[in-house]
Design a protein around this ligand. Sequence first.
Ligand code: KIV
Length: 303
Amino acid sequence: MTAKITAPAIRARKGGDKITMITAYDEPTARIADRAGADIILVGDSVANVVLGRTDTLGMTIDEMVHHTAAVTSAEPNALIVGDMPWLSYHTTTEAAVRNAGRFVQEGGAESVKLEGGEKRLDVIRAVLDAEIPVMGHLGLTPQSVQAMGGYHVQGRQAAAAYNLVTEAKMLAEAGVFAIVLEGVPDVVAELVTREVAVPTIGIGAGAACDGQVLVFHDVLGLHKKRTAKFVRQYAQLADVAEAALQEFFADVRSGDFPGEDETYHMPEESAQILEELHEGSADLPGAGLVTDTFLADEAMES
Ligand code: KIV
């Protein structure tokens, strides 16, 4: 069995083998991701878009995120579990941020948390780290800033903005984050950050130079039919596979082909005979008890 992946182990992979990270929001998807060999499973607030049908991530609450994290944790993955702190769960006070990060660990079973932002979030990052919770940073196109950015736009395209981004990445690394997600930034900027900071960078729409890559589970597998971002590569169209399978199931129900003999419980011949007589009123129940659902269900489960 391979050793459980920890935040320090990810930190130590700077410049080494590429790090693989994928989102998951529930137990079955976490199991699939883990069996496939993910290094990190991110319980991302992108659950808002890909599972809950929302248009942005801003409405996610700490309760909802902890709920999804606990589902992922129950898969007991070898991969490191990162809980994504939702908007407003770390923007008020550092005390609130520590408490909310703690909920991911205590109630959700997460082994680390991710939060978006640079210099403005340094105090909070330090406080969460002081509480012994490993933190992953997230810079560039940070979806929780969608209103402030005026939409989902690539960040750091101008030299000054790119320079700020590199500076902020250094600040996060010096504060002690174990890795930094770089989202929606030009490849040269990500390359510079990757060269300049001592912790692994994990890119999403940030080019090939990062120490690792992350994508959203439902995007990679084509579990939806929505338009995806330029940086997504789809490795399957599972929505089509699922649709075809369900069409077959419905056709079998309509034709009477489902359920067949193999999918049906049977009763011993003798019990069926007694049931028939009870129904007709021509026999008494052996033992003179009530005919309960439990009685019938127990008999059914045996055959
Ligand atoms: O919520 C999410 O899925 C993310 C990744 C895209 C990095 O933050």
